[in-house]
Design a protein around this ligand. Structure first.
Ligand SMILES: CC(C)(COP(=O)(O)OP(=O)(O)OC[C@H]1O[C@@H](n2cnc3c(N)ncnc32)[C@H](O)[C@@H]1OP(=O)(O)O)[C@@H](O)C(=O)NCCC(=O)NCCS
Length: 393
């Protein structure tokens, strides 16, 4: 087996056919090549590796150079995608070899973290990833927002095709990237693919700033208005967008949209009747996962006032002993020879950094050994802080 990096037009004959077989409907040859060419620019900056035998591509895996907020600091993040093996070459270790090399190369290129949407979480748990909270969505009739129709709200709305409103939508996601733990954005070369989507976008503008945005499509008259996440910077932007949705009471039966964390849509209006769900049951709806690729690269993220020495075990990328010191309010990382207070797998460490598991759960889940005193220190160092992995645009 030979592993090599591919780019440009070479993707058309190497990684794309495997990905297309794995993820698309069975197409005709003509449709395939047109489809590939259209998508080529959106992959231009990806780090793509393929595994070959006798000149035949048997597996592919890519990393998208993204950015993610981890405890207040925006870091380069490797978004893993397009992982696929030739149907006749599965279960022969190709993806294991590819992923190990891809993650090492992405770490060496300066990405301290990686995230992905798994086809099966236990598969990526073997590679040190830990599950993060699933997005919640709300479904309600716009009728229930009737109160808002009469409200005199500060600011204004703009309603456009997404191609025309793209700059405002992008500006808002970049602002939220700075503000929200876990928030992630695609690089420009990929995010622009959104302009070609056949969607509408409504943006809320308050005091000269984009304070909210909702991209959506309507499936049918009296059907569903199906929206991406209701993005906003606070109640004013959100209220303008909800007022916009209220004006669709006679046009659609229901609205379905994604929620930022902490939203309580049952409080948006007196008569709203809403179902809020976090679904990991239907096909293709697994929660996102993430892992740390380099602890040194996390220097500077917010941390609590305590220091502790940890062993990271069973991981080629992270294995070793580290002294983690949050006494200055941000994380300082040093190699150490002092005895370690805890031992953590890569997934255990990632769970603490992302703020998704309590240290006591690390032991219970088999992600490390954390004695009681050390658990308290780790709670202080990495207080629970569930991330919201937004990665739509
Ligand atoms: C899933 C897929 C990428 C795995 O590739 P592969 O080359 O067969 O994987 P490997 O042989 O390198 O297996 C790596 C490890 O995962 C395990 N594994 C492989 N496929 C698995 C599956 N479907 N479920 C759970 N574990 C699996 C293997 O047993 C192996 O474990 P081990 O190293 O401890 O023995 C491949 O089956 C595929 O292309 N599927 C369709 C597309 C897809 O779902 N891609 C994933 C997108 S996120």
């Amino acid at each position: 087996m030979r592993i090599r990096r591919v780019s440009g037009d070479e993707r058309l004959t190497t990684s794309f056919p495997l990905q297309s077989y794995a993820f698309d409907k069975s197409p005709t040859e003509q449709a395939v090549s047109a489809h590939y060419r259209e998508f080529l620019p959106y992959h231009s900056g990806n780090h793509t590796l393929v595994a070959e035998e006798d000149g035949v591509t048997l597996a592919a895996a890519s990393a998208i150079p993204m950015q993610q907020n981890v405890r207040g600091m925006v870091l380069p993040m490797a978004g893993v995608a397009g992982v696929a093996t030739h149907p006749l070459a599965r279960r022969r270790g190709f993806v294991r070899a590819l992923l190990n090399q891809l993650l090492e190369e992405m770490r060496d290129e300066g990405n301290p973290v990686s995230a992905l949407y798994p086809f099966r979480p236990s598969f990526y748990a073997r590679f040190g990833y830990v599950s993060l909270p699933q997005h919640r969505s709300a479904t309600f009739s716009p009728d229930g927002l009737g109160d808002l129709l009469r409200a005199d709200l500060p600011g204004e709305l703009r309603w456009r095709r997404i191609a025309d409103g793209y700059a405002d939508l992008r500006a808002l996601t970049l602002r939220l990237l700075d503000e929200r733990h876990g928030f992630a954005v695609f690089p420009d070369f990929r995010a622009v693919s959104l302009r070609d989507d056949r969607k509408w976008v409504v943006t809320a503008h308050v005091d000269g700033e984009v304070a909210g945005a909702l991209s959506y499509r309507i499936d049918d008259h009296l059907g569903e208005l199906s929206a991406d996440t209701l993005l906003h910077t606070g109640p004013r932007g959100r209220a303008l967008l909800l007022q916009f949705l209220a004006r669709h009471a006679d046009q659609v039966d229901r609205v379905k949209l994604g929620l930022l964390p902490g939203e309580t849509p049952e409080l948006w209006a007196d008569d709203i009747r809403v179902a809020t769900t976090a679904d990991t049951r239907s096909a293709g709806s697994n929660a996102p996962m993430a892992r740390v690729l380099s602890l040194d690269g996390l220097e500077g993220i917010a941390a609590g006032p305590v220091a502790i020495t940890v062993d990271v075990v069973d991981d080629a990328l992270l294995g070793g002993r580290y002294h983690l010191d949050g006494t200055s309010g941000t994380l300082a990382v040093d190699r150490s020879d002092a005895p370690a207070a805890v031992s953590l797998t890569a997934a255990g460490l990632s769970a603490l950094v992302y703020g998704v598991l309590d240290p006591a759960e690390i032991t219970l889940r088999g992600l490390g050994t954390v004695p009681v005193e050390a658990a308290e220190a780790l709670r202080v160092l990495f207080p629970p802080r569930p991330p919201y992995v937004f990665a739509e645009f």
